[in-house]
Design a binder for this molecule. Structure first.
Ligand SMILES: [Zn+2]
Length: 329
């Protein structure tokens, strides 16, 4: 396989973590943010599990795209994983439910039983069918080469029990555990044995998908209805966690525990970009890290190698792409 668009940590995980760290301990929204963070981490782990299994696809004619967000007319849709081959396209919706999953036949209801609790969720099969429909129409609208599209739901947790009535066993063709993904792709390759795309068309579709991916950087404060004044300013001490570090002799030092740091400002600046707004000026940075010295702040900002726009005092430093954060987790 060839990964064209790699799996990256979702921005919302970085944002949730940064926000939890910068809210007062007893803030009323903490519980919701923690729940959201857990849910997103579980989801990300599910995609990592799938990536592991896809690693067994040795052939380079499988082109893999993670987290594509596309638009057809007024509809945005996010495809967890898309596999493009010369024979067909496979859309995969990844779910990381634990417990027992029941797919009702007639009602189309989707029920999860976990820790003796029964809950109904939107049926992921309908979701992936919708993505299929939208992708097909998008391809038609843009006059892209015609290729069969297939869709499946992958349940990443291998101990999850997938249940459906005995007269609905064809469901297992569409809903499967991630360990079965290679077997499924084999089966689809046999079904679509005819080559539909030559390499120039593959390249065309591949470029189309990358160029039409619309990334979204949500405002996490708006999402949780939190005012920016509630976010704690300052440089955090990595030892005692207080936001009180001060600049002394080219270093940050903590007046409480006397810890010192050379780069404690980095997290603060990234926190601003993740939480407050996706660009920062020198002035706003001074205000956020509580250091009113334009020259030092210029040096600190420049050293971070962030993307920027504008000149001199109009310079804005931008939230870097998510790959920038890969090393920080
Ligand atoms: Zn300290």
């Amino acid at each position: 396989m060839l990964i064209v668009k790699p799996l990256t940590i979702p921005f919302k995980i970085l944002m949730d973590s940064a926000l939890l760290n910068r809210l007062p301990q007893h803030h009323s929204k903490i519980r919701f943010i923690e729940d959201d963070l857990t849910r997103r981490k579980v989801g990300f782990r599910g995609e990592q599990t799938l990536l592991y299994h896809l690693g067994f696809l040795k052939d380079d004619h499988y082109l893999i795209f993670f987290d594509l967000r596309l638009q057809f007319e007024e509809y945005f849709f996010q495809i967890d994983t898309l596999i493009l081959t010369p024979h067909f396209i496979l859309i995969i919706e990844v779910k990381n439910f634990s417990g027992t999953l029941i797919f009702e036949k007639h009602s189309g209801q989707f029920i999860r039983i976990y820790q003796n609790k029964e809950e109904s969720f939107p049926n992921p099969l309908f979701q992936v069918q919708r993505h299929h429909f939208l992708l097909e129409n998008l391809f038609k609208q843009k006059n892209l080469p015609t290729i069969p599209i297939e869709h499946i739901v992958v349940i990443s947790n291998s101990s999850t029990y997938i249940k459906t009535p005995s007269d609905n066993l064809q469901l297992y063709e569409k809903v499967l555990h991630s360990e079965k993904i290679i077997h499924k792709i084999d089966q689809l390759s046999r079904k679509h044995s005819q080559i539909k795309l030559k390499s120039s068309s593959l390249k065309k579709i591949s470029q189309f998908l990358l160029q039409n991916h619309i990334p979204v950087t949500p405002s996490i404060l708006e999402l949780f209805e939190i005012q920016r004044e509630e976010v704690i300013k300052g440089i955090q001490c990595s030892s005692c966690k207080k936001f009180t570090m001060i600049r002394k002799h080219g270093k940050w030092s903590c007046p409480f525990c006397l810890a010192q740091s050379k780069n404690a400002h980095e997290q603060a600046i990234l926190d601003y970009l993740l939480l407050i707004e996706p660009t920062i000026t020198n002035k706003k940075c001074q205000d956020f890290i509580l250091l009113s010295n334009r020259k030092i702040v210029t040096n600190l900002l420049t050293a971070l190698n962030l993307p920027f726009s504008g000149k001199d005092r109009y310079r804005k430093y931008h939230l870097p792409p998510v790959e920038y954060f890969q090393d920080t987790i």
